[in-house]
Design a protein around this ligand. Structure first.
Ligand code: CMP
Ligand code: MG
Length: 457
């Protein structure tokens, strides 16, 4: 038996205004009227037919039912439990959550303003619902007053965000004074940073720093990872750990990645020219790793941008490396696999970033078109403190070797790390032991210094 199906006869009350809410409903058969129960009659706010959802408000804001619901015909309703809704809400973007609370607050306020109906505005003094239900239509002035503020809030424009922010504060503090301080101020900070990030993008406050990646056997420079830095005119350096997640949630990350891709590719060309000037063609051309996020793959311009970066700079094959994290592989493995395959056919190389921290199954490793594996710094940093990490790194290196993948250890900080990783057969390394991420001028000076160890030709 389907315990979540509820049946009601025509004229039955499903719930009354003011009741405690225990679930929302989807109308599977029949129809339902939403009514305000007033001393002098019912005001019908809406009728809901098959496929519609109602009764969600009391579940989301945990307040009494904002209106009553009555079966207009015999009905079958599917109950959506509090747990089902809450589970989704908990995972929603915090700003979206706050917006929902604000919308509900407005709606409840508006509903509470519909007191006893004025004679010309709604039908009143009625005995039976079937004869009396009256749906307010858009010609009804009163309804227009009711609906407009709601619509304004439901479809916030950019300008509305600011004024919404003010309303949010008030709504939150009324709803829950504790939330008002923490969640609210966090949410406002995020909205603010999002707007500042937009300015940063147009005013070129974002910079790329380049961290050298070297051959472990002898420390020879083989490539770089391009890392984004935000140098804010007043706040100074803002950590990527702060602004990247914000950009990912807001979608701004896509433009940022394309900017980084173009910038890093043209910078790579310059580094490769310096390399040729110092050492001719005796070493493989330097590569440049660029980080991508899951959102980038969903963008329609992605493949064109990759192709353009490779062609416009005439980059040698495999010298542009796309870094993707394990969690991105899992978003939609087949689609990612297809897109990465095309990137490789264009001449790009693909690295799996932060390996060991995600939850991907090892089977992805053999099916993904990736040629490089980057071992996460959390394993490397504890290599000497934790035997289990040593065992893990050893196994990862062995596995990557068998799959013919190039291995890069991240977060290499000591001579001891270098020694161990070398013995374990890791190919490349990146970390403070060799160099920090640096702006272009410093990279050029650092490369020059390399010529002491690797003489110019
Ligand atoms: P809830 O408050 O749980 O119970 C009554 C339901 O009626 C409410 O959730 C909404 O689903 C619905 N409701 C409330 N106000 C309106 C309105 N103005 N128009 C349409 N439906 C409404
Ligand atoms: Mg990376």
């Amino acid at each position: 038996m389907d315990t979540l199906m509820r049946h009601f006869k025509q004229g039955d009350w499903i719930f009354h205004e003011g009741d405690e809410g225990e679930c929302a409903y989807i109308v599977e058969h029949g129809s339902v009227a939403i009514v305000l129960e007033r001393a002098d009659g019912h005001i019908t706010l809406a009728t809901y037919g098959e496929g519609t959802l109602f009764g969600e408000m009391a579940i989301i804001d945990q307040k009494p039912r904002s209106a009553g619901a009555i079966a207009l015909k015999d009905c079958s309703l599917r109950a959506i439990t509090r747990a089902q809704l809450n589970h989704r809400l908990e995972r929603a973007d915090p700003i979206l959550k706050i917006c929902i609370q604000v919308i509900l607050k407005h709606l409840r306020k508006t509903l509470s303003q519909i007191h006893s109906p004025e004679p010309t505005k709604v039908s009143s003094h009625v005995a039976h619902l079937n004869e009396t239900h009256h749906v307010l239509d858009s010609k009804d002035q009163h309804l227009t007053q009711v609906v407009n503020p709601i619509v304004d809030v439901v479809q916030p424009t950019e300008q509305a965000v600011q004024s919404m922010a003010e309303t949010i504060g008030q709504a939150m503090s009324e709803a829950n004074p504790l939330m008002a301080t923490d969640v609210f101020s966090e949410a406002i900070k995020t909205l603010h940073l999002e707007q500042e990030l937009q300015v940063a993008l147009t005013e070129r406050q974002l910079k790329l720093y380049y961290q050298p990646i070297v051959r472990l056997s002898d420390g020879l420079i083989v490539g770089f990872e391009a890392l984004m830095r935000w140098i804010h005119p007043e706040k100074g350096m803002i950590s990527p750990a702060v602004f990247i997640p914000i950009a990912e949630r807001s979608g701004q990350i896509v433009e940022m990645t394309y900017w980084a891709l173009r910038e890093a590719s043209s910078q790579l060309k310059q580094f490769q020219n310096v390399q040729k000037g110092y050492w001719g063609t005796q070493y493989a051309p330097l590569f440049m790793s660029v980080n991508f996020s899951g959102r980038d793959f969903l963008d329609g311009r992605f493949l064109d941008e990759i192709q353009h970066a490779l062609q416009s700079q005439d980059l040698p094959p495999k010298s542009l490396k796309l870094e993707i994290t394990e969690s991105m592989l899992m978003l939609s493995p087949e689609e990612v696999q297809r897109v990465l395959g095309i990137c490789q056919s264009y001449g790009a190389s693909v690295a799996i970033d932060d390996f060991g921290t995600g939850y991907s199954s090892l089977s992805y490793l053999q099916s993904m078109p990736a040629d490089t594996l980057k071992i996460d710094q959390s394993f490397v940093r504890t290599l000497h403190k934790n035997d289990r990490h040593l065992a893990l790194v050893e196994s990862i290196l062995h596995l990557a070797g068998r799959l013919g993948m190039l291995t890069v250890a991240e977060g290499v900080e000591t001579a001891e790390d270098v020694d161990t990783l070398r013995k374990l057969g890791c190919d490349l390394a990146q970390g403070y032991y060799y160099a920090r991420p640096m702006p272009t001028e410093q990279v050029l000076a650092w490369m020059e210094k390399q010529t002491e160890k690797f003489p110019k030709i």
